[in-house]
Design a protein around this ligand. Sequence first.
Ligand code: DOR
Ligand code: ZN
Ligand code: ZN
Length: 420
Amino acid sequence: MYDTVFKAATTVVEGRVVVRDVGVRRGVIEKIGAITDAAAALEVPCEGRLLMPGAIDLHAHLREPGGTRKEDIASGTAAAVSAGITTLLEMPNTNPPTITRAALAEKVAIAKRTGHCNIRFFMALTARNLDELEQAMDDPGFAGIKVYLGSTTGSILLTEFDPLTRALDRIPALFAFHAELESVLLDHRDRVPDPQAGDHHRLRPPEAVVEGTRLVLGHAATRGRRLHICHLSAAGELARLADATTGSRVTCEVTPHHLWFTHKDTAVKGNRLKVNPPVQGPEDRKALREALKNGLIQAVATDHAPHTVQEKDRPYAKAPSGVPGLDVMAPCVLRLVQSGEIPLPRAFQVLCENPASIAGLSTKGRVEEGRDADLALWDLDATWTVQGKDLGSRCGWSPFEGETLAARPLGVWVGGERRV
Ligand code: DOR
Ligand code: ZN
Ligand code: ZN
């Protein structure tokens, strides 16, 4: 007897699109194949529907503690689930920042009380917290180590590189980099007189991430470590990754906003598209889409970074950087499937399989017997024109308003339990 049987669902098994029954028991996918009608406590008819693993977001800022007017763990995880994401890795630039075991424990406790999906927490590397990081590593709530090579919203900038080399030598965890390099940012800070939102990409030019990527590739080579670069934004970064002989040791992610927009959109949308690293030119967007298709980029991640409308409505120089993304990540990728830009199995890879393997989540990310029943049911024929009122994030706005994406899921299960 299964708790739930998904009947005749379209899904992807071992890279191929197939139609199968999927039987779930005690939160685990127990059988994929033909399942007789009597064998289910609950049957979900899935003819013509897509059954995908819950998406895994490697990069979300949920603002708790310290910024809960923008978002908190309850509202962020609820927004994630309603958009087909069932696992999140959360970022450490909260207030206080997640740089101690105590701060990690506080987040884990809040998530246990209020969270709606699986969540783990990055800690940030500072000049002084190596021991804390080393001891936090075995905590099941620990996701990895975030390294800020340049300053950004509420950041914990790493100002010297010696702690990084020591951390890489000592701690066998996932390292994720915000790769805009501070020296390049400082060099360009005052280049535009009276800058506006449409100039944001000039103050933080592609060179900043190209140089940061070079530094990360160097560490991957000399330390023999697998490293991860967040939110790719520029064709130059991709060229560096493609050239690197150590390429396979570095994984990377791209956000929905970098796949969708360019600085021409920032000139129109203003601070609502002010984000670090900035969205760059049309040729950068084109290169990012191409790399998502051909595998040079392994994952899509939101970099969900909500701010209030009031904060975004300030003048350019005073408005915080960051855009929300949980509501739109999977709908963006499935929109690319609908328009024929990427094949369906590739969407499963970049939303589920690859993030699971990058994060070391060996029981997640695939429709496979023995894996966790974190699942989302989609109507791949349906579309959604994004409107503020539909959004789950507490911030209540999105740079995607007015864009047409794939419709959000019809049902979502976390550990076999229906949440949507
Ligand atoms: O635009 C950004 N906003 N980039 C970051 O790196 C941080 C983020 C935030 O937390 O708001
Ligand atoms: Zn970042
Ligand atoms: Zn971020």
